[in-house]
Design a protein around this ligand. Sequence first.
Ligand code: ADP
Ligand code: MG
Length: 318
Amino acid sequence: MNQGYDVSPILRLHYDIEPMNVTPQKGGWAALAFRVTCAHGRSYFLKMYEKSRASTAKWTALIDVYMPVMEWLRHHSRLQGSVPVPVLTNNGRFQCEDEHGVYLLYDYIDGETIGERALSEMQFSRLSELIAELHAYGEEIPVPTEALKETFDVPYLQPLRSVIDTELYELPADVQAVLQSYTPQLQEALLTVEQLSAVLKERTLPMVLCHTDIHNWNLMQSGDELLWIDWEGLRLAPPEADLMFMAEMPYYDRFLCEYRKRHAGYEVNREALHFYQGRRKLEDIWEFIEQLLQDKQDEQDRADTLHSLQKELKSLDA
Ligand SMILES: Nc1ncnc2c1ncn2[C@@H]1O[C@H](COP(=O)(O)OP(=O)(O)O)[C@@H](O)[C@H]1O
Ligand SMILES: [Mg+2]
């Protein structure tokens, strides 16, 4: 898939890097990835957001806002050593682009993605510490965070609603069939999230820096260190934006215990938690629908996406 791109010109032009070897990596959900090795042995991780993908604008819009916050955290908090190290372009920028994509470069992390495996007790406890540390920072840090502030908007709410209310019969038959069998559940989820969004917009909730995408594919073990990667979702938000992921893990109680050592008296805001759980589901559902309707996918990718969509819709029943 990503073999089609020659990223060497980007590396030469923007980073003065002469690659000896460029190997496509198993990327994540949002981007393609390459391991870049140089003659002197240093390795890099190049992330490429393809401009042809529907989701790219969403993932790249805030790079120049969240990266400086990350860099501040890397230098001034105890997240140091646990977050990826970006490599800047020759012009001191965090990103560069060509007609095919938007690129971010990092030091290569020699380690293993947790991925399918479960976190060990030690890893879970380390992750708990890292979250508690991240949440100790907010808008007071000396780097602008205003653009990262949670608005409780749900941009895919209306598009999703018009897909199921009015456009259903114009969709490809396979997508239509899957959506049709879950229409009532989807309508109910849309309503719940819409109501919670309106309620939360009226509240003044404490906001802290949140990662907002905590799962085992965004965690790597490298030697003794647990690395927390993929910070595109960095936001200033109520802590539940992160806690929603912990709430789904075993040992959640232990996490809360650990968390309260740093954040004494913390109580979960149920409305915020439900909002984030619901919004995440709608976001994933919308992302799959967009992929099916807009992205160029081969047959296998399309079948996989359709299956993921179905699984996500089914989880609305839970
Ligand atoms: N700096 C890095 N060095 C080595 N591997 C990395 C690095 N960053 C990410 N990865 C690997 O690439 C995968 C995708 O990266 P990630 O930043 O999560 O991208 P996405 O936004 O597409 O999910 C991760 O699950 C991890 O296995
Ligand atoms: Mg990821």
